[in-house]
Design a protein around this ligand. Structure first.
Ligand code: LLP
Length: 433
């Protein structure tokens, strides 16, 4: 199996986090997002331990909450002592509702509005990750009005191609994010920021991409960023206290995806950092990283009920499910691969090739192509889609006026509870006047 929280019971039912998915589908209805709480916590602990071991006590993993943002996840992050990365007033609001202490939050985005900046400051945001000079100007004015000195990281683009798909590659020079080192703009914004009396430049940030498996991408980014740190020290006498290398570690969606061991990966980055700091004669800054997908992706699974099965002789077969691109947008957007299983017939041979498709009124509404399911698949069977904990609920829509599914958390091998309730038909019209 692609992840060790997925197993099969003797009766042929798929188990997720040790619980019977067919029973869960019956109890909570479908479509249904399941989250393995124990797995999320385990990932937080693995990152925290790896950071301590390789980067020292001050280093911090920040959970990139865009991957999955809801009150419950911020409660878990609070309990696990994780920092967080937020990108909007909406994520900040949600974190606050969960009692999360915002002094441990980093506020990203390439275009924070003036309201966002005020909202962050009013709620004691720990640090802004400023994308550009315009943001620095607004932060300076608003911090000045509050008579505080606001910590800020500057987002820089190190000019690295992470070899992932285009939509999520962000560290290249022509990116919409950050200030490029290569063009001199990174230095300009650094010099400008250092002159602001109400901005405390804490250091630098970069994020090269997401779903990254390519070797040494983070090491190369770290080296470029540290060389910049050393240059700023030489030119301006400014030594960065923090270096944030962003998120991006890849996860297994299908069997052919490699397995990344977080401790090993973090250890490799740490070795490159230590070597580079020694070569450049600078102290190692406090290192941060912002994993999102790799904290929550394989803690998630979506359950659907199969409906129409269409066999078109000589062409192809379709299995339709009761959700689709509104709750599963990543195939339509990026053509992302997924593993689909027939949860109530795991002990039948899976040799019927089909496309698993959604119920929306467009042909691109596909969950996955070239899926192998048991030949007996039919109306009422439960289709499970694995590794859906990241960028699913957080990117879900109400297209075709489909209510968003609930999130049901699983823990301890037998307990389940709803963390987000299923949207009702009334919810769909809540804002209609
Ligand atoms: N930090 C920054 C500044 C980011 O922009 C991102 C993701 C992360 C951290 C977390 O990266 P992760 O560890 O999750 O790879 N919707 C796309 C993914 C967009 C990622 C955006 N930024 C998808 O579904 O593949």
């Amino acid at each position: 199996m692609i992840c060790d929280n997925i197993t099969t019971a003797e009766n042929g039912h798929l188990l997720f986090a040790g619980q019977d998915t067919v029973d869960l589908a019956k109890q909570y209805g479908t479509p249904l997002y399941l989250m393995d709480e124990d797995r999320v916590r385990e990932k937080c602990r693995v990152y925290t331990a790896a950071f301590r071991k390789h980067f020292g006590d001050k280093a911090r993993p920040l959970y990139a909450s865009k991957a999955l943002s809801c009150k419950r996840i911020y409660e878990i992050m609070r309990e696990e002592n994780m920092g967080i990365d937020v990108v909007s007033s909406g994520e900040i609001y949600t974190a606050l509702q969960a009692g999360y202490d915002l002094s441990r939050a980093y506020f990203h985005s390439n275009n924070k509005t003036d309201e966002d900046i005020r909202y962050g400051l009013d709620h004691g945001i720990g640090c802004f990750v400023a994308d550009n000079v315009e943001e620095i100007k607004v932060i300076e004015a608003e911090a000045g009005a509050r008579n505080i000195k606001q910590p800020v990281l500057l987002r820089l683009t190190p000019g690295i191609d992470p070899h992932t798909y285009e939509a999520i590659a962000t560290g290249k020079v022509d990116s919409k994010f950050g200030s490029a080192i290569e063009t001199g703009q990174a230095e300009e914004i650094t010099a400008f920021t250092l002159k602001q009396p109400h901005v405390d430049l804490a250091g630098f940030h970069c994020h090269v991409g997401s779903q990254v498996f390519a070797e040494d991408v983070f090491e190369r980014a770290a080296v470029i960023m540290l060389e910049f740190v050393a240059e700023m020290k030489k030119k301006y006498g400014y030594m960065a206290r923090q270096l944030d290398l962003g998120g991006g570690y890849g996860v297994r969606y299908v069997d052919s995806d490699p397995f990344l061991d977080v401790d090993t990966k973090v250890g490799e980055v740490a070795a490159a950092i230590q070597e580079t700091c020694a070569r450049l004669g600078i102290e190692m800054p406090e290192i941060h990283m912002e994993p999102g997908r790799s904290i929550v992706a394989d803690a998630g699974m979506t359950l659907y009920t199969a409906g129409t099965v269409k066999r078109i002789p000589g062409y192809k077969n379709y299995v339709s499910v009761d959700g689709g691109m509104p709750d599963h947008p990543r195939f339509a957007l990026y053509g992302s691969p997924y593993t689909c299983l027939l949860a109530n017939k795991m002990n039948e041979a899976a040799d019927f090739e089909c496309s698993v498709v959604g119920r929306c009124c467009e042909s691109g509404d596909i969950i996955q192509e070239h899926v192998k399911l048991p030949r007996s698949v039919g109306r009422g069977d439960i289709v499970a889609v694995c590794t859906t904990g990241a960028y699913h609920y957080s990117m879900a829509s109400n297209y075709n006026r489909l209510p968003r599914p609930p999130i049901v958390m699983l823990r301890g091998g037998k307990e389940s509870y709803a963390a987000v309730r299923r949207e009702s038909l009334e919810d769909l019209c809540r804002n209609d006047l």
